[in-house]
Design a protein around this ligand. Structure first.
Ligand code: NAD
Length: 353
C-alpha cells in the first residue's frame, strides 16, 4: 500500500510511520513542521527507500494537489492537526484553520485524485479523530462513549475536530469518497511532545520541579499506549468498513492524580531520589476552563468487528514510557525551548488571536 500520512512528524503520526514502514508499506509523510513536530521522530525510517517526506501545509490546496499527483497514494491517513486543548483556549483561530479548513482542503484534493483515477473502491481516506468530540461523561463506570454517542464538543479543539469529522462523513455521503473514521482516547508513549501531561510530569519530576495537576486531579481519562494506537489505526485502515467509525481506547481508565502517582512510583523505583518520593512534588493548580470530567471508550465495535485490543496495561505502557524518556534526553531537551513549552497555557486569560 502507498500511504499518504499527514502529520507524520507529530506524536501519533510518527508512530504510524514507523510501524507502517516496518510492515513494508510505502509512505509519504506530509507535515508542515509546526512547533509540535520533530523530524527526529521519524529518523529511524528517513533512509528507508520506501519513505518520502513532503514539507507541506494542509491549508495549501495547490501543494496538496501537487503531492497527490506526484505520489498517487492508495490511501490517506489524516492526522495533521493542532492538538493541544490548552493552546486552543488561547488561540482558537489556528485550530479552525488547520483542523477544519485544512481537512476540507485535504478532502477536496483526495476527491479530485480519486475521481481522476476512476473512483477506485479500494481507495481509503482515514480520518483520525478524538473521543473529545463526544463531550464529558458522568462518573458512572457503566456509561462510556460508543460510536453512536451524540456529538457534544466543549473546547475549541474538540469543536474543530467534531467539525472535521462531519466534513469527512459528508464527503462520503455526498461524493462517495470511501472514508473511514476513528475516535481515540488519550495517547501516551515515546516521542510525546513535552507540553502534554505525561511527559511534563516525567520531565518536571526529574528536574525537581512541581508536578502541576489541574483542579483536584479527579478528571478521568482512558489511557492508550501510542504504539497500540498505531497498530489499531492500520487495522482500521486495512479492514474497517467504508463509512464506519471505530472508537479506540486503552481499556485503562485512571484519574489524572492516579496516573501522576503511578509515574512517580515508577520513577521512585528506577531513578530514586536521594530522599523522599517524586509524589512530594505534586502541586494542584488552577483548573482548565471547561475541563471535561471523564472520557471513557466502549471498545466493543473494534474488538468484535476487527478483533483488535490494546496489548499493554497502563502500568506497563507507563513503565516503557518513563524508561524511554530516561534514555532519550537528546530528543526532549531541545524541545523544551520551543515557544510556550513549560508555560501555563489555556487559563482563559490569553489574548485572542
Ligand atoms: P501532534 O500535535 O503531536 O502532531 C500534529 C502534527 O501535525 C505535527 O507534526 C504538525 O507539524 C502537523 N501539522 C499541524 N498543522 C499542520 C498543517 N496545517 N499542515 C500540515 N501539518 C500540520 O498531534 P498528535 O498528538 O500526534 O495527534 C495526531 C492526531 O490524532 C490529531 O488529529 C489529533 O486530533 C488526534 N488525536 C490525538 C490524541 C492524543 O492523545 N494525542 C487523542 C485523540 C486524537
Amino acid at each position: 500500500m502507498k500511504l499518504l500520512v499527514t502529520g507524520g512528524a507529530g506524536f501519533i503520526g510518527s508512530a504510524v510511520v514507523r510501524l507502517a514502514a516496518s510492515r513494508g508499506h510505502r509512505i509519504v509523510n506530509l507535515d508542515a513542521l509546526t512547533y509540535a513536530a520533530c523530524l527526529g521522530n521519524v529518523a529511524s525510517v528517513s533512509d528507508n527507500p520506501l519513505y518520502v517526506f513532503e514539507h507541506a501545509d494542509i491549508r495549501d490546496r495547490a501543494a496538496l494537489d501537487r503531492i497527490f499527483a506526484a505520489h498517487a497514494p492508495d490511501a490517506v491517513m489524516h492526522l495533521a492537526a493542532e492538538s493541544h486543548v490548552d493552546r486552543s483556549i488561547d488561540g482558537p483561530g489556528d485550530f479552525v484553520e488547520t483542523n477544519i479548513t485544512g481537512t476540507y482542503n485535504l478532502l477536496e484534493a483526495a476527491r479530485s485524485h480519486w475521481e481522476a483515477q476512476d473512483r477506485p473502491e479500494s481507495f481509503r481516506f482515514h480520518h483520525v479523530s478524538t473521543d473529545e468530540v463526544f463531550g464529558s461523561l458522568p462518573a458512572d463506570p457503566a456509561v462510556k462513549f460508543t460510536e453512536t454517542t451524540p456529538y457534544d464538543p466543549r473546547s475549541p479543539y474538540s469543536a474543530s475536530k467534531a467539525a472535521s469529522d462531519h466534513l469527512v462523513r459528508a464527503w462520503q455521503e455526498t461524493y462517495g469518497l470511501p472514508v473511514v473514521l476513528s475516535n481515540c482516547s488519550n495517547n501516551y508513549g515515546p516521542y510525546h511532545f513535552p507540553e502534554k501531561l505525561v511527559p511534563v510530569v516525567i520531565l518536571n519530576a526529574l528536574a525537581g520541579k512541581e508536578l502541576p495537576i489541574y483542579g483536584r486531579g479527579e478528571n478521568v481519562r482512558d489511557w492508550l499506549y501510542v504504539e497500540d494506537h498505531a497498530d489499531a489505526l492500520l487495522t482500521v485502515l486495512e479492514r474497517g468498513a467504508v463509512g464506519r467509525s471505530y472508537n479506540i481506547g486503552g481499556e485503562n481508565e485512571r484519574t489524572n492524580l492516579d496516573l501522576v502517582r503511578m509515574i512517580c512510583a515508577i520513577l521512585d523505583e528506577i531513578r530514586p531520589k536521594p530522599e523522599g518520593s517524586y509524589a512530594d512534588q505534586i502541586a494542584f493548580v488552577a483548573d482548565r476552563p471547561g475541563h471535561d470530567a471523564r472520557y471513557a471508550i466502549d471498545p466493543s465495535r473494534i474488538r468484535q468487528e476487527l478483533g483488535w485490543r490494546p496489548s499493554v496495561t497502563v502500568e506497563e505502557g507507563l513503565r516503557r514510557t518513563v524508561q524511554w524518556y530516561l534514555d532519550n534526553e537528546d530528543w526532549w531537551r531541545p524541545l523544551q525551548a520551543r515557544d510556550g513549552v513549560g508555560a501555563r497555557l489555556g487559563t482563559g486569560r490569553g489574548a485572542a488571536r
